[in-house]
Design a protein around this ligand. Structure first.
Ligand SMILES: [Zn+2]
Length: 157
C-alpha cells in the first residue's frame, strides 16, 4: 500500500472526465487500497476520487468517519436526485477554501463494489452530499466550479 500525492486545484488532471473501469483486476484493487490509505492519512477527509490522486478512472472511496467504515465505489452513477439544499463543503484538492454549494437532498446511486457486485445506495444527509461531490470529480468538476460562495478557511493548527 502507498499514500498517494493529492493533486491540488489548478492541476489539469482535476478537470478531466474519467474513464469507466472495465475490469476489476489487481491494479484496480491496489488503487482502492492506496486511495483508502491516502484518505485516512488526511486530517478531515471523508471522500477521495481517483483523479485527485492523478488516476483518470471512475473510482471513489468514502468514509464518513461515523463508524460505518469504508465505501469503495467503482463506476458510481447517481441515478436519481430529489430536493435542493445549500451546504457547506470543502475538498482535499482545494485545501484552504470552503464554499456553499447547491446539492440535492436525496440521491440514489448505483455502483460496483470491489468484488464486482452491483450495489445500490439510497440516502440523504452527509453521504448524499459526499456522493454528489465525489461523482462530480469523476467528470472534472470541483465544488468551486459550482459554489455560490467561496471563503478562505481560518488556518488550522
Ligand atoms: Zn473533493
Amino acid at each position: 500500500m502507498a499514500v498517494l500525492e493529492i493533486h491540488k486545484a489548478g492541476d489539469p488532471v482535476l478537470k478531466k472526465v474519467c474513464e469507466p473501469v472495465k475490469r476489476i483486476d489487481k491494479k484496480v484493487k491496489r488503487i482502492l487500497k492506496d486511495m483508502a490509505e491516502t484518505l485516512y492519512k488526511t486530517k478531515n477527509g471523508i471522500g477521495l476520487a481517483a483523479p485527485q490522486v492523478g488516476i483518470l478512472q471512475r473510482i471513489v472511496v468514502i468514509d464518513l468517519q461515523d463508524g460505518n467504515g469504508l465505501l469503495e465505489l467503482i463506476n458510481p452513477v447517481i441515478t436519481k436526485k430529489e430536493g435542493s439544499q445549500v451546504v457547506g463543503e470543502g475538498c482535499l484538492s482545494v485545501p484552504n477554501f470552503e464554499g456553499e454549494v447547491e446539492r440535492a437532498v436525496y440521491v440514489e446511486c448505483e455502483y460496483t463494489d470491489a468484488s464486482g457486485k452491483k450495489q445500490f445506495i439510497a440516502t440523504e444527509g452527509l453521504l448524499a452530499i459526499c456522493l454528489q461531490h465525489e461523482t462530480d470529480h469523476l467528470d472534472g468538476i470541483l465544488f468551486t466550479d459550482k459554489a455560490v460562495t467561496i471563503t478562505l478557511k481560518a488556518p488550522e493548527d
